[in-house]
Design a protein around this ligand. Structure first.
Ligand code: PEP
Length: 284
């Protein structure tokens, strides 16, 4: 017993010692974007079935295949605890909206998570903060959990207004949501300059931004929700930088783009997340 306590203390990160957080199960999400076909979707999903760490309850993994392959992937993973989500959803629940997909539709095919406000949707598809707010409200009419993406552009970062940017995004995106609804969401901090560029934020920068987000949630929704909400980091996460990032007290997992398209790399990120995030959390 005393050996176990010493072992736990040894593994404790100093950040956790000073923190009041409770245990947050780390989450790793793979966003395949518009990069797979049916065959590659199934073969990537199949890789995950060989990951032994996924038998444990102290790691959660979700993949977001392109919607045409959702049902096939879901079927392949049906005996696993790997979650399957969607990359996007429209804010209306049903009606004459040709080509759109609603939260009700996603719910009916067993969708666990849906990304909202990814920077590619904000910039390429011109989704505004108000659109994102409406999308979130429609998702809460179902059992799906939203993963809300926020983050600053390169210019905002250079102007040192990244904190203001994410405060504005969070305030507008969460407008009118109840504390209970906020509690159910996942937030992904994704600096746009780090997405797909190979230039990840340093662990110090990422941690400081995660803390800004958590403190904003604390101020608006209280400590219990702030301490329990999971905040993921996204932006050029690889097996090489995952360890340093996941050791930060306020980084609760990753939203992974490019590296999720390689089965080995994604499995390595999952393993690192589970192993490096593990024992220190149990102490609080
Ligand atoms: C993303 O698009 O959400 C993302 C994090 O991509 P990448 O990992 O390729 O930077």
């Amino acid at each position: 017993m005393s050996f176990f306590i010493v072992f736990l203390l040894f593994n404790m990160n100093q950040n956790y010692v000073n923190s009041t957080i409770s245990y947050r199960t780390p989450l790793v999400v793979g966003n395949w974007k518009m990069n797979t076909n049916l065959d590659t979707s199934l073969s990537l999903a199949n890789y995950l079935l060989y990951n032994k760490k996924l038998q444990f309850k102290d790691i959660e993994v979700a993949i977001l295949p392109p919607i045409p392959f959702f049902v096939n992937v879901k079927k392949l993973l049906k005996n696993s605890n790997i979650k399957v989500g969607a990359q996007n959803v429209f804010h209306q629940l049903q009606g004459p909206y040709t080509g759109k997909i609603s939260a009700l539709m996603l719910n009916s095919i067993g969708c666990d998570y849906v990304l909202v406000g990814h920077s590619e949707r904000r910039f390429i598809c011109k989704e505004t903060d108000d659109d994102i707010n409406m999308i979130l409200k429609s998702i809460y009419k179902t059992n799906i959990k939203p993963i809300l993406c926020i983050g600053e552009t390169k210019l905002e970062n250079e102007l040192n207004i990244q904190r203001e940017t994410i405060k504005i995004q969070l305030t507008k995106n969460l407008n009118g949501l109840t504390a209970k609804q906020v509690q159910q969401m996942i937030i992904a901090y994704e600096p746009i300059w780090a997405i797909g560029t190979g230039l990840s934020a340093s662990s110090q920068i990422a941690e400081s931004m995660h803390l800004v987000i958590r403190n904003l949630i604390r101020k608006n929704y209280g400590s219990e929700i702030a301490d329990n909400i999971r905040i993921l980091y996204g932006g050029s996460v690889t097996p090489e930088n995952a360890e340093e990032l996941i050791k930060c007290a306020d980084i609760d997992g990753f939203l992974v783009g490019s590296s999720s398209l390689n089965g080995d790399s994604f499995n390595k990120i999952i393993d690192i997340t589970r192993d490096e995030n593990n024992f220190s959390n149990y102490l609080l």
